[in-house]
Design a protein around this ligand. Structure first.
Ligand code: ADE
Length: 224
């Protein structure tokens, strides 16, 4: 899978993809992540990428020209299955979006800044608008990092234990059950007996019950 990310702050995206699972996914050839600095595409003499908004009001708007030129250059090289704009007024990111994106070949992610991008960029190019939560970030970069992480770990072969993505919270519509490791007894706080029993059917049943209890308590909306 190839992911192209368009940003005015490329440095913000250096570290999230250069460690741990994201790094390994790229080294193993499962994912190719390309970061593009929108400013490099500006034809303005001072390389500006924003301007005052029509109608007045505080805050700058990202201009069409550098973004359109960057997208059109990339589109001339390959077809994108999805062009995603990170924005607080987008669809709330869900596991189902991540599952769907992880099956795509090429996706492009545009990070907004300031007051966002000129609406015509959204109208002309964007196929999906995504928010990572009901709060406003300084820009779309951290949201893009969240989205890419959640998607890339689902690509077959990325996780060492192939089944572990399947047992994540949300994958079966339930939150994951509690997990324990050594020691068996921490200051009198013991690991549930069933997990030490070696009886896999009982363990599965306990985990499923715990998932349901946890989901009822914390995310009853998931059970609707
Ligand atoms: N840009 C600013 N806030 C955002 C959010 N909540 N989700 C995605 N992109 C954003």
């Amino acid at each position: 899978m190839r992911i192209d990310i368009l940003t005015v702050l490329p440095k913000l995206l250096e570290s999230p993809f250069n460690d741990s699972i994201m790094k390994r996914a790229q080294e193993k050839g499962h994912a190719e992540i390309h970061i593009h600095n929108i400013r490099d595409y500006s034809t303005h003499r001072q390389k500006s990428v924003d301007d005052y908004q029509y109608g007045g009001g505080a805050g700058m708007v990202m201009t069409i020209q550098p973004i359109a030129d960057c997208i059109e250059k990339l589109q001339a090289e390959r077809t994108y299955d999805e062009l995603i704009y990170m924005t607080p007024d987008g669809e709330l990111l869900e596991q189902s979006h991540c599952n769907a994106f992880s099956l795509k070949k090429n996706i492009l992610i545009l990070c907004g800044h300031y007051k966002g991008v000129d609406q015509r960029i959204r109208d002309l190019f964007i196929t999906k608008e995504i928010s990572i939560g009901s709060y406003v970030l300084s820009g779309g970069e951290l949201g893009a990092a969240v989205l890419v992480d959640a998607v890339v770990r689902l690509i077959p072969g990325v996780l060492n234990d192939e089944t572990s993505a399947l047992t994540d919270s949300f994958q079966d519509g339930l939150l994951a059950p509690p997990v324990y490791t050594r020691p068996e007894d921490y200051n009198g706080h013991k690991v549930p007996e069933v997990l030490l029993s070696g009886h896999s059917a009982n363990i599965d049943e306990w985990r499923n019950e715990q998932s349901i209890i946890r989901t009822k308590e914390r995310r009853p909306d998931l059970l609707d």
